[in-house]
Write a protein that binds this ligand. Structure first.
Ligand SMILES: [Zn+2]
Length: 195
């Protein structure tokens, strides 16, 4: 009879028969590292169980107290490891890029590059029709555009267009590729249609 009454009064709740929440799980709940059904079950239990609710309250008070004792070291170490990782990745990238660069330029002493001819490069090429560039500013502009595009080329202080460049009128013309070869401080440029 008692059992029956108990069931009628609390048709879905049977708190007494349910296991109480672990302190570990309560701590995980406070940290936010518990998820899904486990979290739902825990919350449902805490909602109905004053004992676990109290423990949870205590846990919540403990957690900030513990971290506020030493707030500086944690972010500092975290930051340090992040920076160290970033630095090592940069180093790998840097040395990796250097190796590729050396490998590409080692066989012949001329550095070469091929790049899609965009408007910025076209403007420089079309500035005047001389094959031997006399204008230092124009040469520097080409250098800075190449650098901006990420090309690590041998230095050059003279530019020779191996073939005159004329703008292709059609918007749908073939894509043009600028071939660069650098030898003895001279950059030899040639524009070819992309194959
Ligand atoms: Zn409980």
């Amino acid at each position: 009879m008692g059992k029956w009454l108990h069931k009628t009064l609390k048709p879905t709740d049977s708190v007494e028969s349910e296991p109480h929440a672990d302190i570990e799980n309560l701590a995980r709940l406070v940290e936010g590292s518990i998820e899904g059904d486990e979290r739902k079950r825990l919350l449902r239990h805490i909602n109905r169980c004053s004992r676990c609710y109290e423990i949870l309250q205590e846990t919540m008070q403990d957690v900030p107290a513990e971290t506020s004792d030493k707030p500086a070291p944690i972010p500092w170490y975290q930051k340090k490891s992040v920076y160290a990782l970033a630095a090592s990745m940069l180093l790998i990238f840097f040395f990796g890029a250097q190796l590729v660069y050396k490998f590409q330029t080692a066989p012949s002493l001329a550095a070469t590059a091929k790049l899609a001819l965009d408007q910025e490069l076209k403007d420089i090429l079309l500035e005047d029709s001389r094959l031997q560039w006399q204008n230092v500013k124009r040469i520097k502009r080409l250098l800075s555009v190449l650098q901006k595009k990420g090309y690590r080329l041998k230095s050059f202080d003279r530019v020779v267009l191996t073939r005159p460049y004329y703008q292709v009128k059609s918007l749908f013309g073939p894509q043009e590729i600028l071939h660069i070869r650098i030898e003895d401080n001279v950059a030899y440029l040639e524009v070819k249609a992309a194959k």
